[in-house]
Design a protein around this ligand. Sequence first.
Ligand code: C2O
Ligand code: CU
Length: 698
Amino acid sequence: MFEIGENLDGILAGVLFLIWLPAAIFATRLAWRPSRRALRRSARALSRLLIAALVVLVIKCVAIGLMLSVDWIFADNRVIVQMPLLLLPMLAVAVWSVPRLRALARTEPADVEAPDAAVRAAAADPVLVVPFQVTAVATVVGVYFAYISRPVPSYVDDVLTHGLPIVFAAVLLWIWQGYRLRAVRADGFARRGPGARALRAAVQVAVVLVVLVGTVVFVARSSRLPDTMSMNAHGNVDYGGGTALSHGAAGPAGRVVSVDELRGPQTGTPDKTYTLTARKAKVRLASGTEIEALTYNGQSPGPEIRVRQGELVEVTLRNEMPDENVTIHWHGLDVPNGEDGVAGATQDAVAMGGSHTYRFVAEQVGTFWYHTHQNPLEAVRRGLFGALIVEPAAGPPAGERDVVVMPHEWRTPDENIVAFGTSDTLQRQEIAPGTPVRLRLINTDNNPATDSRPRQLVVNGAPVRVVAIDGVDVSGPTPLTDPRLGLAAGGRYDVTFTMPSHAVRVTDLAREDRGLVLAPPGDSSTPEVVGDGPTFDPLTYGSGGERPFDTGSRFDRTFTQLLDDRLSFFDGGLHLVPIINGHSFPDTPTLMVREGELVKVKIVNRSHQNHPMHLHGHHALVLSRNGVAATGSPWWIDSLDIIPGEVYEIAFRTDNPGMWMDHCHNLDHAANGMVMHLMYEGVSTPYQLGRGTPNQPE
Ligand code: C2O
Ligand code: CU
């Protein structure tokens, strides 16, 4: 509903412009029609354009109604800013222009002579003409509004920024039309010769072009990000309605703490030690295609890190890539902030020949993954990622077969290759009937380019249970047949089943001819893909479990995030730029919190694409979606996909001090500025980011 309304509304903004532009031109030229008949024809054409505009306006109201039916928050900007700015000038047309136009349309056509001075003066009357011109200007603002500038609450400044140009244009046009009227009165029917008119038109076009090109170049230049930035510096601080806080003022520790102090245990013998060396390597996919990959230890996915709960893990990262810096971020594992691996926030990215050691205790049991947080759009896609599994302290359930499935799209110059890890063909594994199986589905990629939904995975051949989401166990999972599992970018589902006496198939619906077949020994059958099963919905799935807070809780802070997009420049390039509360990084809001608070975040997707939002260092509980409270198992997330027209409320406890990324995990969106930070009071970073530093976290 929202998408239909939103798209329709955008198109109609353009249609209105296409109606009002000729209307304004006709109206402006009325006084210069060569004959009474021609004048009458123009007046009639104008009336027809007015009727068309009225029809479009009605459809526009329907489009806005569609958005309104989803939630007021999707339509309020239209109702408060956009419609009044369109309707007021149109009202002026109805009240002032229409009666005068009708009088002109009734002028006696029998007279094929040029209209007399009185008729011409009536046709050049600013009261008749200017409302048309102003409405045309208002429709330009309407197009600007629909595609380029998206108002954000409270809307007061938007009413001004969108309304003032219209008022300004009205004044100028009034003066100009007054001058034209005097000219009509003074020289009667005199028209300029064709040569003079052509010259004048050429000069007008040239002026418009110069102004336009100049503005574009200026805007493009000024959108370039600074060469060095610090995440300490926030222009746009959001306190979520709570008390004002400062990262630079002493926090609970009585002083400002550097992220460097928020490290894991620096002493003690690690239970598990890994060395990951970033290097370039050729990775061969199952189909034989070779990828010029960026790898950890020469392989992609990188070595699986499998540890047990409570173990002290030490990972040493080295870099042997001459022209790429690297880090490791532990996606979904809520490690101490200093171990989070974000270039420019919690460390300097490791350059060629350098190293960095991460140490943390694996406190959560579940399925996670790791990836570089330096230039991830390029580098994660090209292979710098791997699985991170934390088993229970007592070990995994006896006899369980653990299968890690990592959907990933490999980009080559001519295609996107949909794969599970390096398997871009149909792969088979043998599993004896009766074996308990745990599939760990880890989405290491964006949603498919053609889709504005999360990646769709299906498991066919056996009823399955989703036993964990984003590394948190689901309470009371029930069996599902052929579920369609929409997995957010960065998100994980643990899916279990007992191996039946026939084959089971796991498929990414982006490529149905590939995937993974688990079959009993000797079974060479391949189950059909059933892609139209019920959609798995964590909001209602499962039962029981403990909810430490819900929609009725008292929150210390409530943040609202309007996810949106606009056609504009970001860092020098023109894109459909994703924005949060009207801004892209570094002007996106910084959410300021204090340790120990209960925080609610309302996330609204007003844009044209889905956004898998990922908050580092915390797991949040989903409270509601589109006003409907969560009723299934408590649904804890670190990566939540929000499709256009959805409103989610999530909440979390601020129990992990630091400076945390909160960004869209469609990595191209993050690279285009869909990044913000959760910032604890009294925490600061010594690191910098930007072109002039080693750090490009997105
Ligand atoms: Cu998976 Cu900020 O990352
Ligand atoms: Cu996004």
